[in-house]
Ligand binder design. Structure first.
Ligand code: MF3
Ligand code: CO
Ligand code: CO
Length: 251
């Protein structure tokens, strides 16, 4: 069941969305060569608590930390660690989800460390653009699959691949609600968009030609590309409005 949010709930989604964006803005200057992902995690946790919010990932289905930090060939759900030190040329996606007044805001960006290979830079830039292609395809009355269709149309010309195993999701009182949002075209997303829906658009784009991924047997979380190629991701939480989409996770 897809939950349509009323005005009061939408106000709360706006508030938490804005806070999630503030959290990413706060952490950005610390995302530099030489720091550990655990340090970034701890700063985020501290900032979140200081503002009376809750880190949703912490203990979610047993996830052990407050944010996800996914470096290079890690697609998503990377676990912050004292052993992961950012180095020149890395890309890292930082995915934050916070709870304020019972509602969730979920957003991520991929950051570049020092001098990044031009091909990888392009991957990051185009992944961000792909997310906006998806957002701009949202309109009440249209089918949800227009999101994946727009992303696929844009991304296919680069020889990259769109991860299929993980997607966007409805969001509100729950971290993950219906619908599941695919970032490629599929008829399983043939449901009409309606004003008041809130969901994320968060394409994961692999630089290689394979969309296949694998999950670490060691920690049960870390998702990497099957072919070892780099992967980038950007995420916003959006609201379906009368004439399009409102990005909730921005300031
Ligand atoms: N924030 C991720 C998403 O965009 C989900 C992370 S689940 C966790 O849906 F358990 F790994 F935190
Ligand atoms: Co999400
Ligand atoms: Co997220």
């Amino acid at each position: 069941m897809i939950i349509i949010k009323n005005n009061k709930e939408i106000e709360k989604m706006r508030k938490v969305g804005k806070f999630a964006a503030q959290l990413l803005d706060y952490i950005e200057p610390f995302v530099k060569e030489g720091v550990t992902t655990l340090y970034l995690n701890d700063l985020c946790e501290e900032f979140t608590q200081k503002h009376g919010a809750i880190s949703a990932p912490l203990h979610y289905n047993g996830f052990p930390k407050s944010i996800c930090t996914s470096i290079n060939n890690v697609v998503c759900h990377g676990i912050p660690s004292k052993n992961d030190i950012l180095k020149d040329g890395d890309i890292i996606n930082i995915d934050v989800t916070v709870i304020l007044d019972g509602f969730h805001g979920d957003t991520s960006r991929t950051f570049m460390i020092g001098t990044v290979d031009d091909n990888v830079k392009n991957l990051v830039r185009r992944t961000k653009k792909a997310m906006y292609k998806g957002i701009n395809a949202v309109k009440p009355g249209k089918y949800l699959y227009e999101v994946g269709k727009a992303i696929e149309k844009y991304i296919s010309k680069f020889g990259y691949s769109i991860v299929r195993e993980y997607g966007g999701h409805g969001i509100g009182r729950e971290f993950h609600e219906e619908p599941q949002v695919f970032h490629h075209f599929t008829l399983s997303n043939k449901m009409p968009l309606r004003e008041g829906m809130t969901f994320t658009i968060e394409p994961m784009i692999n630089m290689g030609s394979s969309y296949l991924v694998k999950t670490s047997k060691k920690d049960g979380w870390t998702v990497t590309t099957a072919d070892g190629s780099p992967s980038a991701q950007f995420e916003h939480t959006i609201l379906v409005t009368a004439d399009g989409a409102e990005i909730l996770t921005k300031i």
